[in-house]
Design a protein around this ligand. Structure first.
Ligand code: AHM
Ligand code: MG
Length: 338
């Protein structure tokens, strides 16, 4: 692709389609559905302060957390966009206890399942801080034409065929991989088109940002406590002390560290004994992206994408970002097992 010309996401999908696994055009169509829903959600988020859409929807999701109206809106919008076309046979969302099977005629030959967190970081909506959407795409493993099964969704992250996120920030970006590197597209709101702005994104092997909710310090495992102290020590040779940056919106923290270099950690703790982040909706898709950008994702001891999931809403401790920084943190986890 000529880097001197403007390239829209639509053009990019057409030009690179032959690189996609199985390359029959279905994955491009699926990504187009996500692009469309992303634009619709973006429009709602942008008017969140003026529309009557702020606040609690009065319901709880299955983890018992309050659902914001925009969580519900994003969930419905992505579900509708994916259901309207024939490429997807089932969808699992952070907002629903069970997966949704698409069973009508138009989905009879569908080969893909999608897992998503429709609106990540939703506690930040009311205060005009960036939020995101995260998605993960697999090929079903049960036979095409039969009803989709739980096992189609419980595949290790290494089986993903595509993954990505949309960050609704100071500008809105869609960043995705199909296993051939990572490309970022920025929405030009005046024409409603995503333009390739960040081709072939690479995560620096080393950075100087650490991102963790330090308010939970007393609850952290010993290895993480010791690593935080290490981040704060003076050592000019390794650029320490590192700088601390934590937005509390995973997508935004991840996006910044991907570009600038850094490590994001959400460990286990007495408050969240298995970690807070969901393996299937949050950890795996961002792990696929970071590895494709030359970075690393682990649960502190093991590669995230090698974990065999046992349930849809399973959580995992998460260490993601610049390879050398994740490895540094892993060293502390091994040295101080707790
Ligand atoms: P959510 O999917 O319910 O929004 O929760 C996930 C969010 C992440 O975006 C963020 O990194 C993390 O929770 C923040 O958690 P905490 O407030 O405990 O630091
Ligand atoms: Mg989330």
């Amino acid at each position: 692709m000529n880097s001197n010309t403007t390239c829209t996401l639509g053009e990019f999908l057409v030009a690179t389609q032959s690189e996609f696994p199985y390359a029959k055009g279905e994955l491009s169509a699926l990504l187009s559905s996500i692009r469309l829903a992303g634009k619709v959600v973006n429009r709602e988020i942008n008017k969140a302060g003026i529309a009557d859409i702020l606040g609690d929807a009065g319901a709880e999701n299955i983890q018992g957390e309050a659902q914001m109206k925009l969580d519900v809106y994003a969930d419905e919008t992505f579900t509708k966009a994916l259901r309207n076309r024939g490429e997807v046979c089932g969808l699992a969302s952070e907002e629903h206890e069970d997966f949704i099977a698409f069973q009508d005629n138009i989905h009879a030959n569908a080969t893909y399942v999608v897992l998503m967190d429709p609106l990540d970081g939703s506690s930040n909506i009311d205060v005009n801080v960036s939020v995101g959407t995260i998605f993960s795409i697999y090929r079903r493993i049960t036979p095409v034409g039969t009803p989709v099964q739980l096992e189609d969704f419980l595949q290790p992250g290494s089986k993903q065929v595509a993954a990505g996120y949309i960050v609704y920030g100071s500008s809105t970006m869609l960043v995705f991989t199909t296993g051939h590197g990572v490309n970022g597209f920025t929405l030009d709101p005046s024409i409603g088109v995503f333009i390739l702005s960040h081709p072939n994104m690479q995560c620096p092997p080393y950075g100087n940002i650490y991102s963790i909710n330090e308010g939970n310090y007393v609850h952290f495992p010993e290895g993480v406590k010791k690593y935080i102290k290490y981040c704060q020590e003076l050592d000019t040779a390794s650029n320490r002390p590192y700088t601390s940056r934590y937005i509390g919106s995973l997508v935004s923290d991840f996006h910044r560290n991907l570009i600038k270099g850094g490590v994001y950690i959400y460990p286990t703790g007495t408050k969240s004994p298995k970690g807070k982040l969901r393996l299937l909706y949050e950890c795996n898709p961002l792990a696929f992206l970071i590895e494709q950008a030359g970075g690393k994702a682990s649960n502190g001891l093991q590669r995230i994408m090698d974990i065999k999931p046992e349930s849809l809403h399973e959580r995992a401790p998460y260490f993601v970002g610049s390879t050398q920084m994740v490895e540094e943190a892993e060293e502390f986890m091994r040295k101080y097992p707790s």
